[in-house]
Design a binder for this molecule. Structure first.
Ligand code: G3I
Length: 380
């Protein structure tokens, strides 16, 4: 969608004159009644879910009720990262994730595992130990953790982000792989093979994902990232690395980079053509740089959310969509210097506002799920 067409479209969506008085903004409630997003996603054989933290469940019953109303699967925003779960060698602390997985099981929700192998969020002892390790001792620093985590949750976590964010073309490697990555530095690209084979052996029933960001927009940045991830997948699949699906994080930045349906659809077709599944694993919409006024901003956010999901859900290989948080009340976008609003007001990049009300973005996601053609059956 070209930027002019996008803004014209979104402007047309603004049916209400902008609130210019000091009267607090009460967003017009689009038709936001009826079933939650997961109930709508299931109609085409898909799931909807969101990232949460165990503290939110403990202290915010209204938010918890909203999660149960909207989501059919959950993922850990933070509590299954290795610097949390293995603070010292041989010492594990899965208590945070245990609460999330127990919550999911109690309420019949599915659960994802985010994430096993990442260049970031590793405990200091690991980053110190890896460079000097050799042979089996080195391999066990990678595979031992995967086996421990996946065996603990076998049968309760159905899909895992085994390797997260392996590419970064702006770090100068010709193959676009992430150069500043303790795993690549220690093993070369073979860390990916080792991780996925170890994961497959640890829980043969789990669905194994490779995930990354910056794959969505019609920009030089995203084009370089799509090229790198496609070439990585080709190489890995030619080595028979057991990757089942690609996780496209979906952190959209429509006020910085254009979104073009054809570009994104072509990319998804290439991934599906490799025999891989697809999931949108961390969708949200950074609204900084958009209109200050909430009405046009919400309308433009909803428009790009709809355009993005229409393309993703048109591909039968897309099995699920998760947002990175459910409500603006708890969005990382509002805390991250690059995305938060200077006036300290919350970002509005998630389906529910800070008062847990369904926004235009919720309505556009619901419409996308309602109109979605069926997903491919039996995707691993
Ligand atoms: O819970 C501790 C708290 O006890 C402590 O006082 C506080 C100050 O240090 O930190 C708190 O932990 C923070 C945690 O979020 C929970 O809020 C960590 O500092 C902070 O680094 C962590 O940030 C998370 C980040 O990943 C790094 O793990 C964000 O919430 C989370 O949204 C973000 O998620 C990533 C995905 O994993 C990968 N894709 C991008 C996405 C957004 O950056």
């Amino acid at each position: 969608m070209k930027r002019r067409a996008f803004i014209a479209g979104a402007a047309a969506a603004c049916s209400v004159p902008l609130a210019t008085s000091a009267v607090p903004y009460i967003p017009p409630q689009p038709d936001t009644g009826g079933p939650g997003l997961d109930a709508r996603a299931r109609r085409s054989g898909r799931r909807f879910g969101c990232a949460i933290k165990s503290g939110q469940l403990a202290k915010d019953p209204a938010f918890t009720a909203a999660v149960l109303r909207e989501a059919g699967t959950i993922v850990q925003e933070y509590e299954l990262k290795r610097h949390v779960t293995q603070p010292r060698p041989g010492r594990y602390d899965f208590s945070g994730n245990d609460k999330l997985v127990d919550f999911a099981q109690k309420h019949g929700l599915a659960a994802r595992g985010h994430t096993l192998v990442w260049y970031s969020n590793n405990p200091p002892w690991l980053a110190a130990a890896l460079p000097g390790a050799r042979g089996r001792a080195r391999d066990t620093l990678l595979t031992g953790y995967i086996e421990t985590a996946m065996r603990r949750y076998a049968g309760r976590i159905g899909e895992w982000d085994v390797v997260n964010e392996p590419v970064e073309p702006n770090q100068g490697r010709a193959d676009g792989m992430r150069a500043q990555n303790i795993w690549g530095q220690a093993f070369g690209e073979n860390y990916i093979d080792l991780a996925f084979h170890s994961a497959r052996a640890a829980d043969p029933r789990a669905r194994l994902f490779l995930t990354d960001f910056g794959l969505e927009h019609a920009s030089r940045r995203c084009e370089a990232r799509r090229t790198a991830i496609l070439k990585l997948l080709e190489r890995a699949l030619s080595r028979r690395v057991p990757i089942d699906a690609l996780g496209i994080q979906g952190h959209l930045k429509p006020f910085r980079e254009p979104f073009d349906e054809r570009t994104f659809a072509r990319f998804l077709d290439e991934v599906r053509g490799m025999g891989l599944g697809i999931a949108i694993t961390e969708m949200d919409i950074a609204d900084r740089g958009g209109p200050q006024a909430l009405e046009p901003r919400d309308a433009q956010v909803a428009a790009v959310g709809k355009a993005f999901l229409d393309v993703a859900l048109a591909n039968p290989a897309t099995s699920s969509v998760l947002t990175w948080g459910l409500s603006d009340r708890y969005s990382w976008l509002s805390t991250y210097p690059e995305y938060r609003w200077p006036d300290g007001k919350p970002s509005r990049g998630l389906p529910l506002d800070s008062d847990l009300r369904r926004k235009r973005l919720w309505a556009s996601m619901a419409a996308a799920f309602d109109a979605a053609p069926p997903a491919r059956k039996g995707a691993r």
